[in-house]
Design a protein around this ligand. Structure first.
Ligand SMILES: Cc1cc2nc3c(=O)[nH]c(=O)nc-3n(C[C@H](O)[C@H](O)[C@H](O)COP(=O)(O)OP(=O)(O)OC[C@H]3O[C@@H](n4cnc5c(N)ncnc54)[C@H](O)[C@@H]3O)c2cc1C
Length: 316
């Protein structure tokens, strides 16, 4: 297994100029689906985002390899999404947006190890773990992202983090080759994994054999807690800001009296001050203006610079 680089980017960087015929050539021959001028609000939990030149859903890992090789040959950038920690700007994303929604295999391997393909949703994976009495993922109950997105983000809660369970990661590198990385060779930080550029297509998770009813109870309790404290009925992208060291972004925002603050249809949630919700027709520009307003206020009031947990991508 290869050693992971310390670079942060995990998707192809925008290359030189490319044309629509380059885009068509890059997606030619895929077994999966290809949608041109696809509105990205349909792919994000925020229900915000302009169009992509094309959205591809590769049918399998071989298809991902083909797509990466062809995109590289035609110098078309790739961006991979699950869509739950993203604000896509109103101008959308040029090039190819990749969704791994069709990579959904889950397998149990000896020694309480689960292998999940990158497009498996975290809620589906937790459901599988419960049915197989495998403990260790309860902390992630209620995180809506894909397992690959949770690796890249080192998703976490106060109960645990993705890095605690990862045994190894399978990626397609920028040459279109499948490579595998031991977790011991990956650096994980607060809400990010330092991976070389490429697409995470699978992950092995080391769990422990547990008692189904106990695992189920912890998951249910945590889901109830989330329902009581987070605005789950409204479109959002989860927490907007990282918690500053030894502090809570939500507490700072609430104490600044910013719950309910609005720009257009973007609102600081009344239920959880570190969530912003889309009340219906919010644009990315509305959310960006609200982020600027919150940051400015917290800087002035508390002297704290809030860093984004949310990823902002695309063109204005
Ligand atoms: C209601 C709600 C609650 C949430 N609660 C939590 C929480 O408790 N804890 C937490 O950590 N997060 C939480 N989130 C945020 C989000 O679910 C996580 O950050 C998750 O890890 C994002 O996964 P995703 O698949 O949606 O990735 P995205 O948000 O689409 O992408 C995140 C980043 O990963 C990259 N990426 C995605 N897939 C791949 C891939 N296959 N290969 C390479 N790069 C990739 C993207 O390009 C982007 O840079 C919450 C979100 C919502 C809406």
């Amino acid at each position: 297994m290869k050693r992971g680089s310390r670079r942060v980017a995990t998707v192809a960087k925008p290359h030189a100029r490319f044309t629509q015929s380059d885009v068509r050539a890059a997606v030619a021959g895929l077994k999966g689906s290809v949608s041109f001028r696809a509105p990205l609000r349909e792919y994000t939990s925020f229900k915000i985002g302009g169009p992509a030149d094309v959205v591809c859903e590769p049918a399998d890992i071989e298809d991902v390899c083909l797509l990466v090789r062809q995109a590289r040959a035609h110098k078309v950038p790739l961006f991979v999404l699950g869509g739950t920690n993203l604000l896509v700007r109103d101008g959308g994303i040029r090039g190819i947006v990749v969704s791994l929604a069709r990579l959904r295999t889950i397998k149990e391997e000896p020694g309480a190890v689960l292998y999940a393909e990158g497009g498996v949703g975290m809620p589906t994976l937790i459901g599988y773990a419960i049915r197989h009495s495998l403990a260790g993922l309860e902390w992630a109950a209620g995180i809506p992202g894909t397992v690959a997105g949770c690796v890249v983000m080192n998703a976490g809660t106060k109960l645990g983090e993705m890095k605690d369970s990862i045994k190894a990661v399978r990626m397609v590198n920028m040459k279109g080759q499948v490579v595998e990385l031991d977790a011991a060779n990956i650096t994980f930080e607060y809400r990010r994994a330092l991976l070389s550029r490429g697409i995470v297509v699978g992950v092995w998770l080391r769990l422990t054999q547990g008692v189904r009813s106990d695992i189920e109870r912890v998951v249910k309790d945590y889901l109830h807690y989330r329902r009581d404290t987070q605005p789950l009925a409204m479109p959002s992208a989860g927490c907007v800001f990282k918690n500053p060291p030894n502090d809570s972004a939500g507490r700072l925002i609430e104490e600044a009296g910013l719950k309910g603050a609005r720009v257009g249809d973007a609102e600081v949630s009344m239920k959880h001050a570190n969530f912003m919700v889309n009340r219906g027709q919010a644009s990315a520009a509305d959310v960006l203006a609200l982020i600027a307003k919150v940051r400015h206020s917290i800087r002035r009031r508390a002297g704290v610079r809030l860093d984004l947990e949310l990823k902002i991508v695309g063109k204005t």
